[in-house]
Design a protein around this ligand. Structure first.
Ligand SMILES: [Zn+2]
Ligand SMILES: [Zn+2]
Length: 271
């Protein structure tokens, strides 16, 4: 994404001087381009990112085939076999095994149950398929939902899921932290010094780790519940697209798990 496009995102965000609840300006195409760029940077996550490009292209296509006004999850069902085909050709050997099992399932039931229990889902073998299908569906619904006032809540104000990432945006002399929903892509403002998992607010119990390789990635950990939230600081790197840079920084996620912290919520790939 060029600087002009990025500036437009920021302007949209500050429309009428009032922070909006969501940022819908980052398109699938922006994400694809960022993933292609990062995969070419000789990154330890290069293989995952090249695969992610194919997933994002598929999700982009799915979204064009959905009705913007229907919240019926069953419209995804006829598209599932196409995704299983993609995985059978481009997936890892483990994914190919998963496809064999997934072909036998009733996806009306699977998608309905994942959607209705989305707020408390654990990451399972089939989550990758369910999430790939449901993300464009949820994002389309969230994009078309009316903006609501800021809520001080660690759960997505639109769909109720836990946040996958924090996003730090420059504002005045400091910065504000937003949480990014793992499913529908909604962003909402949330205080900086508080754990979004257990709401611990004692600064002494909330260490922040930084990566030497990528200064714009900060890890907000919590000694009380042993989780961490990866935060993408856009005041340091304005070109970052949080969900993509999250996957590109897989080694940092593994490093945090080694230190004894689990992510607040899993991403599409389960880390
Ligand atoms: Zn959401
Ligand atoms: Zn906590």
């Amino acid at each position: 994404m060029g600087d002009a496009a990025r500036a437009e995102v920021v302007c949209t965000y500050h429309l009428e001087g009032k922070p909006l609840m969501k940022v819908a300006s980052i398109t699938w195409q922006d994400k694809i381009e960022r993933a292609e760029f990062l995969s070419s940077q000789n990154n330890a996550a290069g293989g995952v990112l090249r695969f992610y490009v194919k997933i994002l292209q598929f999700q982009q296509e799915v979204q064009t085939r959905l009705s913007a006004t229907s919240d019926d999850v069953l419209q995804l069902v006829p598209i599932v076999p196409e995704f299983l085909d993609l995985l059978a050709h481009a997936g890892t050997p483990r994914m190919k095994e998963m496809v064999v099992a997934a072909t036998e399932l009733d996806w009306s039931t699977e998608l309905n149950s994942y959607w209705s229990e989305r707020a408390n889902q654990e990451y399972t073998r089939l989550s990758f398929i369910a999430l790939t299908m449901l993300q464009p569906f949820a994002r389309l619904l969230a994009d078309n939902a009316p903006n609501t006032e800021r809520l001080i809540n660690p759960r997505c104000p639109y769909c109720g899921c836990k946040p996958q990432l924090g996003v730090l945006r420059p504002e005045g002399d400091g910065g504000k932290r937003f949480l990014l929903c793992s499913l529908c892509g909604t962003e909402w403002e949330y205080r900086r010094v508080i754990c979004p998992n257990c709401e611990e607010s004692d600064k002494e119990k909330l260490p922040v780790f930084k990566s030497e390789e990528a200064a714009y990635i900060k890890l907000a950990a919590c000694d009380t519940c042993h989780t961490y939230l990866k935060c993408i600081d856009l005041s340091i790197n304005g070109h970052a697209i949080p969900e993509i840079d999250d996957v590109a920084s897989l080694p940092i996620s593994l490093w945090m798990v080694d230190k004894g912290f689990q992510p607040t919520h899993f991403n599409l790939f389960g880390f």
